[in-house]
Design a protein around this ligand. Structure first.
Ligand code: 7PM
Length: 281
């Protein structure tokens, strides 16, 4: 716990620098044409590129969590995600994360060598807590207000920072009761998940206050609408805004940043780390 970020089912990442998690989508909209085989090939190619660019974790997601997205059946999620996880863990040494809230997918991912469960519902689905506990994997507990379908309709908070902290505390207690050791847990404020612009900006501004018992913070800011809202730019013109947000988050204590643009983000993280180490030494 002192010098590593977390225990990813045997693999660890050091607390000498923040690390970059690359997003690998395996939803059908990310592979519009071609069958599953083409999808697998493309996924491996994209993963290779992210690893070459310096990603420490590859996050594989088969269920779209975007606002208004269609729910995906357990069977469909398994078919999308498991072959990709299997292929990634066979070929690469990089930690593989599974972006899921579905107990059966957690179990299958663990069986095929994944190291992290990234659950935007923080193990609140029926059966998820005990399934995740049994896998022995690391778990990212993310805060979300409401459900993906309607979470952005009109998010309301009294004190967003305090409410996210309270949520973390409640989920930590649930994890304790389920027998999940602290060195398996990461916390994520869930930027954009049931939050208006002001809430997102305040959470980023006060990010250091979300650290509980030195648990590592993971943040996803990449290309999000909060950047679009500040810069008035469409999703394909949010790279610089994303990089600035990552810089702010890492300076305020984030240890893992979940991004689409791995190469540029790795440069930002490395540069910040050089500055940080000079101050410490
Ligand atoms: C549309 C809206 C598409 C939002 C995709 C998204 C996070 C995550 C996502 C995050 C963790 C995206 C999101 N965001 N998992 N999954 N933290 N732990 O921008 O912030 O990728 S999906």
């Amino acid at each position: 716990m002192v010098d590593t970020i977390c225990n990813f089912n045997g693999k660890t990442l050091s607390r000498t620098s923040a690390h970059v998690m690359g997003v690998l989508n395996v939803t059908p909209d990310s592979f519009s044409d071609g069958g599953r085989f083409v999808g697998l090939d493309q996924a491996l190619y994209q993963a290779q590129a992210m690893i070459d660019a310096g990603a420490a974790i590859i996050d594989v997601g088969g269920e779209s969590t975007r606002p208004g997205a269609q729910a995906v059946s357990e069977a469909e999620e398994l078919v999308r995600v498991v072959p990709v996880i299997e292929a990634l863990t066979a070929r690469f040494d990089t930690i593989v994360s599974v972006d899921t809230s579905t107990p059966a997918v957690m179990v299958a991912a663990a069986k095929h060598g994944a190291g992290l469960i990234n659950d935007v519902r923080a193990l609140q689905r029926p059966g998820a807590l005990s399934a995740a506990a049994d896998t022995g994997l690391a778990i990212c507990l993310m805060h979300m207000q409401g459900q993906p379908e309607r979470m952005q309709d009109s998010p309301v908070y009294g004190d967003v920072v305090a409410e996210v902290c309270d949520f973390f505390q409640r989920r930590l207690t649930a994890c304790d009761l389920a027998g999940i050791a602290r060195d398996r847990l990461l916390l994520d404020p869930g930027f954009g998940f049931g939050k208006a612009l002001e809430h997102n900006l305040l959470l980023l501004n006060r990010l250091e206050r979300l650290t509980i018992e030195e648990l590592p913070l993971l943040v996803g800011l990449s290309r999000k609408s909060m950047i679009g809202a500040v810069l008035n730019k469409p999703v394909d013109e949010r790279l610089y805004g994303s990089l600035a947000s990552v810089a702010a988050a890492v300076m305020k204590g984030a240890w893992i940043v979940r991004v689409h643009d791995v190469g540029p983000t790795v440069d930002v993280v490395r540069m910040l780390n050089a500055v940080r180490l000079e101050r410490a030494g």
